[in-house]
Design a protein around this ligand. Structure first.
Ligand code: ASP
Length: 325
């Protein structure tokens, strides 16, 4: 039976042309026409979705894409969904979609893709990425793996993928975690084991979550300032295994007492560290109430805290939720 794939087309580098005589921005239908018919492994339905450039995307647009991808499978019965997205924040939208996918993740493939080169650049990577993403979304092997990013013929788990290079076509990496698979000759080859599925998401994610990078000499007043500005939760980007300057501990304790969860991630790629096990000195953040990011990169920890806060409750609920991530 012919597999059916929904293509959600936002417009970013993958759709831009710069040469005179070319339409400046391709819509989804034109993007799809760049894929030779013999490479299409599914019947594709296009939906053009208006969004900002991905470096300027709002949480509302990201959540709308995540929900449409989920509903495409659960409500409309597509076998898979491809989301065409700018590469700058593709990983954030991918992870939000993963956290919100629920049963859709077990029924079909949700695949985000984009491009590093414009549509009319020599050897543009866009048409190839789109072809591979459609192949992946239609492949039954993806059901159960969760949301993936497909670029440069590689499949990356939403939880692990990061844009690591702002210019090359090999711009995305999951390292030190495994690349999940590849698209080869019109089918998916699995290479690694997918991360465990996240806990069930309930309610409406909370968009007002701040992400603060820590540094030697950081003024603790900065943390208070983001909460004064309305943040309902804070992610701190620490160092190493999840260390933050001791000058922040009193404020972390205060925020926790006010029921504002503080999650500590790291600027390094780390394993799933339990903050409380970091030892008597470095584990102080946990002792005053901080929640460990379970190895998530800071931007992914922010997405997770947004979703965790949607379930109602604050510190305790967020702690429980992160404990199951
Ligand atoms: N500038 C783009 C973005 O916002 C880059 C891209 O489209 O890939 O993500």
């Amino acid at each position: 039976m012919v597999r059916r794939v929904l293509l959600l087309a936002t417009k970013d580098t993958i759709a831009y042309s710069r040469r005179p005589g070319h339409e400046a921005v391709a819509d989804g239908a034109r993007l799809l026409r760049t894929v030779p018919a013999e490479l299409l492994t599914a019947r594709v339905t296009v939906e053009d979705v208006l969004t900002e450039p991905s470096w300027d995307i709002s949480p509302a647009s990201m959540l709308a894409l995540a929900r449409r991808a989920r509903d495409g499978i659960l409500l409309d019965g597509y076998d898979g969904v491809v989301v065409v997205h700018g590469t700058d924040t593709l990983e954030e939208t991918a992870f939000l979609a993963d956290l919100l996918a629920g049963a859709a993740a077990t029924r079909g493939g949700i695949v985000l893709t984009g491009a590093m080169r414009h549509l009319d650049d020599l050897s543009s990577d866009g048409p190839r990425n789109l072809a591979s993403a459609i192949t992946a979304a239609a492949d039954p092997l993806l059901a159960g793996l969760g949301v993936v990013a497909c670029l440069n013929d590689e499949l990356h788990a939403a939880r692990w993928v990061t844009k690591v290079d702002a210019t090359g076509v090999a711009a995305f990496s999951s390292a030190p975690f495994p690349t999940l698979g590849r698209v080869v000759d019109g089918h998916v080859e699995l290479l690694g084991t997918a991360p465990p599925r996240p806990p069930r998401a309930t309610g409406e994610p909370e968009s007002d979550v701040a992400l603060v990078k820590t540094y030697p000499g950081i003024d603790p007043a900065l943390l208070g300032a983001v909460v004064d500005a309305g943040a309902r939760g804070v992610v701190l980007e620490g160092t190493g295994l999840g260390h933050i300057p001791a000058s922040l501990l009193t404020t972390v304790a205060e925020l926790t007492e006010w029921d504002i969860p503080v999650v500590v991630a790291s600027r390094c790629r780390t394993r799933e560290v339990d903050l409380a096990e970091l030892g008597p000195l470095t584990g102080l953040a946990a002792a005053v109430g901080a929640i460990g990011a379970r190895g998530l990169a800071p931007n992914k920890a922010r997405a997770a805290l947004m979703v965790a806060l949607g379930g109602g409750g604050a510190v305790r609920a967020a702690r429980d939720w992160f404990g199951q991530l």
